[in-house]
Design a protein around this ligand. Structure first.
Ligand code: GUN
Ligand code: ZN
Length: 433
């Protein structure tokens, strides 16, 4: 593979910004470049300096005056819900029963799974998302389809077959033993193959028996480098029912903790209604609370208290995500715009630097993949997005008044979507643009 020299206005975060004035938290080069060799970033910085390191036959990709950033990371999304998104009028449990479970039943057909996976990864890339943590359906074949397609595209993705053995329609359940066996086989086949990572995926406490959560915990203990992903404290009716199903547990978080599912690689979708005790337990174990703003608003689940979780003495690790199809958009720009509004409704602000840190390096840290993705640091994989803050007429006219990088980012977040994503590189190869 020849060298690839990507030129543009390069932005990447070095740590979490403390505010819009925190210049030391990021690297920004007005005339910058990223040098890519064999799928990895080998140099980043001033264009002239980086160019001097490129081999003479390097391919040049001149994206001036656009921003060059790490690809976006979506920390919680449901591949089988492409035909569920935009379903009208229900809260979580009805929404699952009326729309989601019937749709996921279709994934018993492996051919259907392969079709949706292709379209799903196309859509992620089109929106500038180069890594997802994805739920497949209960069917082993849906996860096989996901990993086959993801591997063929050389994407760094985390995914798992959903485990669910009760409170769901026939045709959408496994058993503790089959869920364990299928997951184990999928881990053996796919975890660490190329860029693929496996997440042990019990859907949530309501759809898993105690026996199944025990098996999920055994898998997590046997495969400590795999992620665990599930849902936690999204909706009041869900919380009530969970407490009835697990009366011995102190609270909802304790259900997962008891079965060994609360650890540093555990990703918990939603976490809206956590008590202080639950937040403490999460923080102590290093679990990640995944904020899914478009979904939380759409399903009327509640307002995730991002600033409370980040400011408390025992800080929570937080990621952000679309949660399509409860979420209403594939775009992480649209997601952070809604995050801003959810936070504003609670009397707080999320500044644009922190927002763009979150959807790149912040999410990579939360997913424990920051040594590979989420920055433009040399040695990491070249997953890169090119962003145009004047992509539409409305953006272009507003952009005439933009004078700072923070303003440009806020414009991208507030008005941007897939149209602002001019190009995408996955492991150094052009995937859009
Ligand atoms: N809780 C359990 N399953 C789901 C799901 O598919 N979407 C959301 N938003 N919450 C869930
Ligand atoms: Zn979800």
């Amino acid at each position: 593979m020849t060298d690839l020299l990507i030129r543009g206005r390069v932005l990447s975060f070095l740590r979490e910004p403390e505010g819009v004035e925190d210049r030391a938290s990021y690297r920004f080069e007005e005339d910058g470049a990223v040098l890519v060799r064999e799928g990895r970033i080998v140099a980043v910085g001033d264009h002239a300096a980086v160019r001097a390191q490129a081999r003479p036959d390097a391919t040049l990709a001149d994206h001036r005056p656009h921003l060059v950033m790490p690809g976006f990371i979506d920390a919680h999304v449901h591949m089988p819900q492409m035909q569920v998104i935009a379903s009208y009028g229900a809260e979580l449990l009805d929404w699952l029963n009326d729309y989601t479970f019937p749709e996921e039943t279709r994934f018993s057909d492996a051919q259907h799974g392969r079709r949706i996976v292709r379209l799903f990864l196309d859509e992620a890339i089109r929106h500038g998302t180069t890594t997802v943590a994805a739920y497949c359906s209960v069917h082993k074949a849906s996860a096989e389809a996901f990993f086959e397609e993801s591997h063929a595209r050389d994407m760094l993705n985390i995914a798992g077959k959903v485990m669910m053995d009760r409170n769901a329609p026939e045709g959408l359940t496994d058993t503790p033993q089959s869920g364990y066996d299928d997951t184990r086989a999928l881990i053996a086949a796919w975890h660490g193959k190329g860029r693929q990572l496996y997440a042990i995926t019990p859907r949530f406490a309501i759809t898993s028996s105690p026996e199944q959560l025990e098996m999920a915990g055994a898998l997590a203990a046997e495969h400590p480098d795999c992620h665990v992903q599930t849902h936690l404290s999204e909706n009041h009716a869900e919380i009530r029912w969970t407490r009835e199903l697990y009366p011995q547990a102190r609270d909802y978080t304790d259900v997962y903790a008891r079965y060994g599912l609360l650890g540093g690689r555990s990703l918990f979708g939603h976490c809206i209604h956590l008590s202080d005790r639950e937040a403490d337990a999460m923080a102590e174990a290093g679990g990640v609370a995944v904020f899914c703003p478009t979904s939380n608003l759409f399903l009327g689940s509640g307002l995730f208290d991002y600033q409370r979780y980040r400011r408390r003495d025992k800080r929570l690790r937080v990621a952000t995500a679309t949660d399509v199809g409860g979420g209403t958009n594939y775009s992480m720009l649209r997601t952070m715009d809604e995050a801003y509004k959810v936070i504003a409704l609670q009397g707080e602000k999320l500044d644009p630097l922190r927002s763009f840190w979150q959807l790149t390096r912040g999410n990579a840290e939360a997913l424990s993949i920051v040594d590979r993705a989420g920055t433009l640091e040399p040695g990491t994989d070249a997953d890169i997005v090119i962003l145009d803050a004047a992509a539409t007429p409305a953006m272009s006219i507003r952009n005439e008044r933009v004078t700072t990088l923070a303003q440009e980012l806020f414009l991208l977040q507030t008005l941007g979507d897939d149209r602002a994503v001019k190009a995408v590189y996955v492991a150094g190869r052009s995937a859009k643009g």
